[in-house]
Design a protein around this ligand. Structure first.
Ligand SMILES: Cc1cc2nc3c(=O)[nH]c(=O)nc-3n(C[C@H](O)[C@H](O)[C@H](O)COP(=O)(O)OP(=O)(O)OC[C@H]3O[C@@H](n4cnc5c(N)ncnc54)[C@H](O)[C@@H]3O)c2cc1C
Ligand SMILES: NC(=O)c1ccc[n+]([C@@H]2O[C@H](COP(=O)([O-])OP(=O)(O)OC[C@H]3O[C@@H](n4cnc5c(N)ncnc54)[C@H](O)[C@@H]3O)[C@@H](O)[C@H]2O)c1
Length: 484
């Protein structure tokens, strides 16, 4: 194939048009710079087509049905089961049928140049993009190159697994039929959410995890989700690995677990974490190891063990820097970084102070997450364990969410728990975790309390309306005691 080459010089080159890359480009352009974004698949990235959006669409109908069934009269009015085809059809709308015309239109409207193809760093501030027809475009940046190439599913080296053609998040998010039996390896967020979705869609789900369920959040939250999954008929094998996987000629998948248990399924989903999309990115050109997560400093400039690389023209944001593998944190970093690059281009000193305009302080102090299981889990900032590990003088306050008036009105038999983690020296909240049905919107109040470093005695004046689930705040404060 002949390859032709074109040249383009812009202020900023962004490799990867996921949610992070799109936002870096947008902020840089809003700051008066020119930007080119490079994308080898679909503009919108993993989140739009194979992660956040389709998986939440798969979960939403089941959540609405469960909410209705938790009330006697509404429950009686709801008959029948979920029609998988209708759930998939709504999911397909949310992925725009895996077409990115809408997002490309947004990019164009925002004044960002899109170059389709695979981007590779070739030298200082230079990137070459190879399109699917072999055509190449050589790009040069006046100010910065941003790597926002995200991550992909990690396939652990379990004998037979790769040959068994496992599902990754892509097949789970994009499925057009429901496997009768689904085995899931991994009990993190993807595993727990997909066990929730597919069991509601009618699969017989078996989940295997080396750790407890949801090891990244407070233990009580994972335990309540595990208990609920069992009531939905999901079989959990926790603290166990899969030693071997085999797909036989009939298409059945057989898993041998480390305690000798045999599991048979029609599909096996691997949900054991992520690897950075940095393998074929030209990292060796700047002295970095291909395939590695990109370490960054406070300005999100790529660093190696000796410090910043070549005067800080290379930056990394989103999943690829491994700070917080979440869309909203990638976008948060992107806003800070786009503004920082524009400020530096104007000759201004970036504000990297704690909570400063160009600092991504929340990545360290207030990472937020909603896990869309049933019950849902919300978490921000520290768990009791991580606060202790960070050397904070920790106070832990727990309250039963089911005894809040708003929660008992919301659903019969409402079950849940909330925990606040207090810095006893500063008398402020440093962490909040809750588990319970329909609590995702509870998270932001906690986030504001943590980011605003609102003193506990001032929080008493934030009066939650009666009778809402938010009254959990009052109960937690009462349990903590006003003279604490
Ligand atoms: C199943 C699942 C569900 C999730 N649900 C949620 C959720 O509900 N909420 C949440 O906050 N997070 C969720 N996440 C995490 C979220 O998907 C990621 O944090 C987010 O997609 C990261 O965005 P990003 O822009 O950094 O990377 P990505 O979305 O991965 O985008 C990177 C882009 O770069 C492109 N690219 C890579 N290499 C190159 C190259 N060399 N040249 C050109 N282009 C390249 C890719 O094609 C891709 O489009 C979920 C993840 C999974 C797996
Ligand atoms: N709602 C959300 O915000 C959301 C939803 C999905 C994913 N995500 C993000 O995507 C990222 C990836 O999620 P994930 O669930 O793939 O990874 P994870 O790191 O959260 O969990 C991986 C799980 O797999 C287990 N595991 C690893 N190797 C194993 C093995 N060989 N055998 C058995 N178990 C094994 C681990 O013990 C852990 O429980 C996370 O960082 C998460 O934040 C977020």
């Amino acid at each position: 194939m002949t390859s032709t080459s074109q040249d383009l010089t812009v202020d900023v080159i962004i490799i990867g048009a996921g949610p992070t890359g799109e936002n870096v480009a947008d902020r840089a352009v809003q700051g008066g710079l020119t930007a080119a974004i490079v994308e080898r698949e679909l503009v919108g990235g993993e989140c739009s087509y194979w992660a956040c959006m389709p998986t939440k669409a798969l979960l939403r109908d089941a959540a609405a049905l469960r909410a209705a069934r938790a009330l006697p009269a509404a429950g009686q009015a709801v008959t029948g089961t979920l029609e998988a085809a209708a759930v998939f059809a709504r999911r397909d709308e949310f992925t725009s049928h895996w077409k990115d015309a809408g997002q490309v239109e947004w990019l164009t409207g925002a004044g960002i140049t899109l170059i389709r193809g695979h981007g590779r760093i070739t030298g200082t501030r230079t990137v070459t993009v190879t399109a699917s027809d072999g055509t190449t475009t050589d790009l040069e940046a006046r100010h910065a190159v941003v790597v926002a190439t995200g991550s992909a599913a990690l396939i652990p080296p379990i004998p037979g697994l790769e040959e068994a053609r496992p599902w990754t998040n892509r097949e789970a998010a994009g499925a057009q039929s429901v496997p009768e039996r689904l085995a899931i390896i991994g009990g993190g967020v993807v595993g727990a959410e997909m066990a929730t979705a597919y069991s509601a869609l009618g699969s017989q789900v078996t989940l295997i995890s080396r750790t407890r369920l949801l090891p990244s959040v407070e233990k009580f939250a994972g335990e309540q989700v595990a208990e609920a999954l069992r009531t939905y008929g999901v079989t959990l094998h926790l603290d166990l690995g899969a030693d071997e996987v085999r797909r036989d000629d009939s298409g059945e998948v057989h898993l041998t677990l480390s305690d000798g248990t045999e599991v048979t399924a029609d599909e096996v989903l691997v949900a054991t974490g992520r690897v950075p999309s940095t393998k074929d990115l030209g990292l060796e050109q700047v002295g970095l190891e291909p395939g590695s997560w990109l370490k960054v400093d406070d300005a999100l400039a790529v660093i190696d063990d000796n410090g910043q690389l070549e005067a800080g023209w290379l930056y990394a944001a989103g999943d690829v820097n491994h700070r917080a593998l979440l869309t909203h944190h990638g976008k948060y970093q992107a806003r800070a970084l786009g503004d920082l690059i524009a400020a530096k281009a104007r000759g201004e000193e970036p504000d990297l102070s704690v909570w400063g305009r160009h600092a991504a302080t929340a990545d360290e102090r207030a990472t937020t997450q909603v896990i869309f299981t049933d019950p849902e889990v919300v978490a921000v900032g520290h768990s009791a364990e991580s606060a202790e590990a960070a050397g904070i003088e920790v106070g832990v306050v727990d309250y039963d969410l089911g005894s809040v008036a708003g929660a008992s009105l919301h659903a019969d038999g409402y079950h849940g728990q909330a925990r606040m983690v207090i810095d006893e020296q500063r008398k402020v909240l440093v962490g909040f975790t809750a588990v319970g049905p329909d609590i995702s919107e509870l998270l932001h109040a906690a986030t504001i309390a943590i980011v605003g470093e609102v003193p506990l005695d001032r929080l008493w004046h934030a009066v939650p309306a009666y009778p809402t689930i938010s009254e959990i705040w009052l109960r937690l404060l009462e349990t903590a005691g006003r003279d604490r």
